[in-house]
Design a protein around this ligand. Structure first.
Ligand SMILES: O=C[C@H](O)[C@H](O)[C@H](O)COP(=O)(O)O
Length: 244
């Protein structure tokens, strides 16, 4: 009998199916995202017999460890440009029916967007709690925005001017006094704008990116397909361009 909770089972079914349906034959370079769902994607990839010569590019410390622990070949994003990765698998914090998503709940948004931007295909894996009608409807802790520590105060005031309802400096929690520090040495401002309609996501992303001091936002509009595991073991698939 499985010892996984139904939420973990949901993540696992989504990740396993996404890998089974999309891992490219004869692939050379594959991007690996971060978070708790992508763990199952890497587990499934590690079970394949055609990955010995494939290079896996991580999106931060956690995914680097995942690649190593699953006996896969580790690469680095510094070697690759747009279109050089065959595919990237990654998790998401909230996804709308147009496949816009919020990412960065685990603080890995910058490297995740970088690696996804270099891939020919970007596949999301998530559990059913991430399916949403509009970004910010369910993920109310705010869009993660990675900022240079030097500019955090300045960007915070900019974000309020852009219409943010709240800006929270992500904390290091009990294990670190002061702000959380990303794998890139930056801070994260979790910024809540209220629900963002799909047609407004791009404009909001661009407006935030223009602020001096912003490294990257957790708004992504580059996914090709999303797999959501259900609590009953089912998997729902959302495709770009197909009404959900
Ligand atoms: O920074 C973290 C990433 O964007 C994750 O992919 C995202 O938070 C989803 O994580 P999980 O699969 O644990 O829900």
């Amino acid at each position: 009998m499985s010892t996984l909770s139904s939420l973990e089972e949901a993540k696992k079914s989504a990740a396993y199916r996404a890998v089974d349906e999309h891992f490219p034959k004869n692939s050379k370079v594959v991007g690996i995202g971060s978070g708790s769902t992508v763990i199952y994607a890497v587990e499934r990839i590690g079970q394949r017999d055609d990955v010995k010569d494939v290079i896996f590019v991580p999106t931060g410390f956690q995914s680097k460890q995942l690649i190593i622990e699953n006996g896969l070949r580790l690469g680095c994003i510094e070697e690759y440009g747009v279109g050089d990765l065959d595919i990237t698998f990654d998790g998401a914090d909230e996804v709308d029916p147009s496949l816009n998503c919020i990412k960065g709940g685990g603080g890995c948004l910058f490297q995740e967007k970088l690696v996804a931007s270099c891939a020919k295909k970007f596949v999301l894996v998530a559990d059913y709690t991430k399916q949403s009608t509009a970004l910010g409807f369910k993920w109310i802790q705010g869009i993660p925005i990675e900022v240079s520590p030097l500019a955090a105060k300045k960007v915070e005031s900019d974000l309020f001017r852009l219409g943010a309802k709240s800006v929270t400096w992500r904390s290091g929690g009990k294990s670190k006094a002061g702000p959380a520090v990303t794998d890139n040495g930056n801070f994260i401002l979790d910024t809540y704008f209220g629900p963002v309609e799909a047609k407004d996501v791009d404009a909001l992303d661009k407006a935030i990116k223009l602020l001096v001091g912003v490294i990257e936002t957790g708004l992504f509009n580059i996914a090709d397909i999303a797999y959501f595991g259900g609590s009953d073991g089912s998997v729902t698939v959302w495709n770009r361009g197909t009404p959900q």
